[in-house]
Design a protein around this ligand. Structure first.
Ligand SMILES: *[C@@H]1O[C@H](CO)[C@@H](O)[C@H](O)[C@H]1NC(C)=O
Ligand SMILES: *[C@@H]1O[C@H](CO)[C@@H](O)[C@H](O)[C@H]1NC(C)=O
Length: 521
């Protein structure tokens, strides 16, 4: 009995020694992100936790995994987490830790884009409205009150992740994090004053010692060791700012957001696959779909002029989490082809040869004998036959074939083999419940009315607790007014109607003249 106990104990001790020596690490080199000593080609997709419900999360994450993703990306939504100063909310749709743990349970990695300015068609770009009224506040600038507030929030999130052991070196799923968001174009516009802020941001983030790389998207001057990354419809020609950083694409736009009254944006699966294959054939090693599941802007979380509550984005998973075919399946097949090519991709660089006027071969081959090739036809109108290593291949217009062994074309970006959606919506009997609100029309006697001459700064007054601000005025017209003698109707002209304007004359709702409305709103 004793001896068995001792050997068990020994075994336990040895095992823990071994497991601590293979503790995770995430670094990078010029070719790729390196996880536990291995270069990886990483396939990622954006799912923003507050744009779906916690009940949907496990299914969305599983579908992302089945679709061939390695990584889930999410922003962190400051105004959802700190609706008033020091009062935090990490519950329900804002339970970011739960979301990340579900990603971990599914065996996927996570890219945490903290921002905390995130833009994202999200109210105030993620900033809490109260922040604007902190004395001396100047957003996204080398400004002490802003830097104190930003650092406070970023530290809070990083410490929360550390205490839950969620960074990869702690055994968690987070392999990288983002600070700021598309600040480069702002800096370009404002010039010199933006430089010290961008530098401070990077130093502050790196100083938090997360053990994983930091990225800054659209930030050409991202200071070392922060990696600058590309966002766009196409990114094949992007080059990071240093030769020792990997080529990463943080936002592959799957379409665009929807505005009230505007078209619903679509991007064909074939063109998406083409854009991604073109990026990978040009030494790209990380790409992230923006969005993989767009979801819904619940409540008043949407922002930007007239942006709708649906954030579907023509993503591979639609607003409700259903498969958006053929996009979902066509991209899953692309991911399989890329994964088959991964051993060659991570052990060499692309070598390019011309196969014709508008046709190229990008070949990855290493001394160890692995080889993968991408055969591309950039001609938008004509199919071509090309010869590559003594074999013939048909390339449809505007397409790329992937040959994970340099011989067999397992995938072409223009040939869809997955099914189209046969979605049929059926109403569910009695399952829906609706709520409606009747807003009371205010009156001048209400205790919270204020009087002023001119318009208020809306957010200053409402503190964004409502989208509405009622203005009341009265105009008395005496029966002997001069203009009445000309038998003309009095005309009320309002120069700005915002999103909505109701006019009451003698207490009766009166329809405004719509033509003015259009040109002025
Ligand atoms: C890929 O990277 C290698 C090494 O930096 C470079 O020589 C080659 O031109 C690159 N190829 C493409 C297509 O970007
Ligand atoms: C905001 O409102 C306060 C009064 O509540 C006023 O004193 C201040 O001038 C307003 N600021 C702006 C920018 O409108």
């Amino acid at each position: 009995m004793m001896s068995i106990n001792v050997s068990l104990l020994l075994f336990v001790v040895l095992f823990s020694l071994v497991s601590s020596s293979v503790r995770g690490s995430v670094t990078y080199d010029d070719r790729a992100i390196v996880i536990n000593g291995k270069r990886r080609i990483l396939i990622s997709g954006s799912i923003h936790y507050p744009r779906s419900t916690p009940e949907m999360w496990p299914d969305l994450i599983q579908k992302a995994k089945d679709g061939g993703l390695d990584v889930i990306e999410t922003y962190v939504f400051w105004n959802g987490h700190e609706p008033s100063p020091g009062k935090f909310n990490f519950e329900g749709r804002y339970d970011v830790v739960k979301f990340i743990k579900l990603v971990q349970q599914a065996g996927l990695y996570l890219n945490l884009r903290i921002g905390p300015y995130i833009c994202a068609e999200w109210n105030f770009g993620g900033f809490p409205v109260w922040l604007k009224y902190v004395p001396g506040m100047e957003f996204r600038a080398d400004n002490q009150p802003f830097k104190v507030a930003m650092q406070g929030f970023v530290e809070k999130i990083v410490n929360m992740m550390k205490s839950e052991n969620l960074f990869e070196p702690q055994g968690g799923p987070i392999i990288m994090a983002q600070i700021e968001n598309e600040y480069g174009p702002v800096e370009w516009e404002i010039g010199a004053p933006g430089k010290p802020y961008a530098k401070w941001v990077a130093e502050m983030a790196v100083g938090l010692d997360t053990g994983v790389p930091w990225i800054m998207c659209k930030q050409e001057d991202a200071p070392d060791p922060v990696i600058d990354t590309c966002n766009g419809f196409y990114c094949e020609n992007f080059k990071p700012n240093k030769p020792y950083k990997p080529k990463m694409w943080t936002e592959v736009w799957t379409a665009w957001y929807t505005k009230f009254g505007g078209p619903v944006s679509r991007r064909p699966a074939e063109d998406m696959a083409f854009a991604v294959a073109r990026f990978i054939q040009n030494n790209g090693s990380f790409f992230n779909y923006y969005m993989y599941h767009g979801g819904t802007n619940f409540g008043r979380t949407t922002a930007g002029r007239f942006i709708a509550t649906s954030y579907d984005y023509d993503a591979p998973l639609d607003e409700y989490g259903l498969l958006n075919e053929p996009k979902y399946g066509h991209l899953r097949d692309l991911h399989n082809a890329i994964k088959l090519s991964e051993p060659a991709l991570v052990s060499s660089y692309a070598k390019v040869t011309w196969l014709g006027k508008n046709q190229e071969a990008h070949v990855y081959s290493s001394k160890s004998g692995v080889c993968a090739a991408f055969l591309s036809n950039y001609d938008p109108a004509f199919s071509v036959k090309v010869t590559f290593q003594n074999m013939q291949y048909d390339l449809p217009p505007w397409s790329i074939s992937i040959l994970p062994d340099c011989r067999t074309a397992v995938y072409n970006t223009a040939r869809i083999s997955s099914q189209c959606s046969q979605m049929k919506m059926t109403p569910i009997g009695g399952g829906l419940s609706w709520e409606s609100y009747t807003e009371e029309t205010p009156s001048a006697d209400d205790s919270d009315t204020l009087s002023t001459s001119g318009l208020w700064e809306q957010i200053n007054v409402t503190r964004d607790s409502s989208d509405y601000l009622w203005y009341m005025t009265d105009v008395s017209i005496a029966s002997d007014e001069g203009f009445l003698k000309n038998e003309k109707e009095p005309l009320l002209t309002v120069m700005s109607a915002g999103h909505a304007l109701h006019v009451f004359i003698n207490g009766q709702l009166s329809e405004p003249f719509m033509e003015d409305w259009k040109t002025q709103s």
